[in-house]
Design a protein around this ligand. Structure first.
Ligand code: PRP
Length: 184
């Protein structure tokens, strides 16, 4: 699905498919260099990270392994509380592993902050983070993101894995959702 297919639902276009792919290539080059000769485990956080994971994994020249977690934040409405429940855990033993968490977006930072601590406590040798988007103005905790894509304003963004009510994840680009969609 293209951004132009849902033009009425958008307040603005943020990133085109090409801009996203260029950024993923850039991040992949750095990851390839930093983990050369290593056995890296990519951990994707469902569901938003599926697109980033699929494209980043293929952009890497490293032989990686992939695993997935699904987590849910306790909290009211769209506000995450920092207390996270694991809905689907990893299949992989992390003892001695180099782990790279792959995320679509860091909003408050609470999910990633909790996740990094959780994975580190399982005996991983290192746990780093790759996130395509980051909202500095929404941060409630500081998260050290080694591989960060774009910094964006505190707006409701959709596409490339990011949803509103589970819709729009299959957009090739990323856009700002028009307020009339979520205000009604
Ligand atoms: C999004 C995103 C991160 C989290 C970031 O997931 O994929 O996991 O929110 O928010 P935070 O920095 O405020 O903790 P969401 O809970 O929307 O689930 P989804 O990936 O299934 O859409």
């Amino acid at each position: 699905m293209e951004l132009t297919d849902i033009a009425d639902d958008l307040a603005a276009t943020l990133y085109t498919e090409q801009q996203i792919q260029d950024k993923i290539e850039e991040l992949a080059k750095r990851i390839d260099a930093d983990y050369a000769g290593e056995k890296l485990l990519l951990v994707g956080v469902l569901k938003g990270a599926v697109m980033v994971m699929a494209d980043l994994a293929r952009a890497l020249t490293l032989p990686i392994e992939m695993d997935w977690m699904a987590v849910s934040s306790y909290g009211s409405g769209t506000q995450s509380s920092g207390v996270v429940r694991i809905l689907k855990d990893l299949d992989t033993d992390l003892t001695g592993r180099k782990v790279l968490i792959v995320e679509d977006i860091i909003d408050s930072g609470l999910t990633l902050s909790w996740l990094r601590a959780n994975l580190s406590s399982r005996g991983a040798e290192s746990v780093e983070i790759c996130a395509l988007l980051r909202k500095p103005d929404a941060a409630k905790v500081v998260v050290d993101v080694k591989y960060a894509g774009f910094e964006i304003a505190n707006e409701f963004v959709i596409g490339y894995g990011l949803d509103y009510a589970d819709k729009y994840r299959n957009l090739r680009g990323i856009g700002v959702l028009a307020p009339h969609i979520y205000a009604s």
